[in-house]
Design a protein. Structure first.
Lengths: 114, 114
């Protein structure tokens, strides 16, 4: 089975609230992690990435946190908007030193309620 | 700046047939990775091409093969199609030579095997 997994398959949040999507990984040698957003009928869209030498990285309205001690990754979305509704995947790099093979989890469906 | 493009968008084949899918990487990228995404699942890594050679392969049988051309575009070939090969096939491009290995995905080709 997948070593990258997600704690919850679905997440519903009110518009304007913050969203937190969690991900666990099992490969302690993984050195690179990425979050993707996939809307229905489209390919995954890059959101943000983080290397294992970092604990936190911020983008526009998004923050990724990496806890290597417990092998946990989270994506925080601030002021969630209807356009954020999608499936979110975390992925880990299985080839340390070179981002070649990404291993994806099964995804979390985020639904933003009006 | 053109993103990753894939063709065709949809394809219907019957068991035992062969199929060829095509991918053009994002402008300036030199590396192409292929993924298979079954319905409701995360993408599964098939293989990656760089400098016209397969340099990383996932857990897929030899029926899956590929090619990269001098212009960095790529093809994915699947022989002796099985019903279980029905999926969304995603191409992702990245830049190995520039050490910018974030993978950007195309819209995918949806293959249905009857």
């Amino acid at each position: 089975g997948e070593s990258v997994g997600l704690h919850l398959p679905t997440l519903s949040v009110q518009e304007g609230d913050n969203s937190i999507i969690n991900c666990a990984y099992s490969n302690s040698a993984s050195d690179y992690f990425i979050w993707y957003k996939q809307e229905s009928g489209k390919g995954p869209q890059f959101i943000i990435d983080i290397r294992s030498n970092m604990d936190k990285r911020q983008g526009q309205r998004v923050t990724v946190l990496l806890n290597k001690t417990v092998k946990h990754l989270s994506l925080q979305i601030a002021a969630t908007q209807p356009g954020d509704s999608a499936v979110y995947f975390c992925a880990e790099n299985r080839t340390p030193g070179s981002a070649r093979q990404l291993t994806f989890g099964s995804g979390t469906q985020l639904t933003v309620l009006p | 700046d053109a993103g990753v493009t894939q063709s065709p968008t949809h394809l219907i084949k019957t068991r035992g047939q062969q199929v060829t899918l095509r991918c053009s990487p994002k402008s300036g990228h030199d590396t192409v990775s292929w993924y298979q995404q079954a319905l409701g699942q995360g993408p599964q890594f098939i293989f990656q091409y760089y400098e016209e050679e397969e340099r990383q392969r996932g857990n897929f049988p030899d029926r899956f093969s590929g090619h990269q051309f001098p212009n960095y575009s790529s093809e994915l070939n699947v022989n002796a199609l099985l019903l279980g090969d029905s999926a969304l096939y995603l191409c992702a491009s990245s830049l190995t030579s520039g050490h910018q290995e974030t993978q950007y995905f195309g819209p995918g080709t949806r293959l249905l095997v009857l």
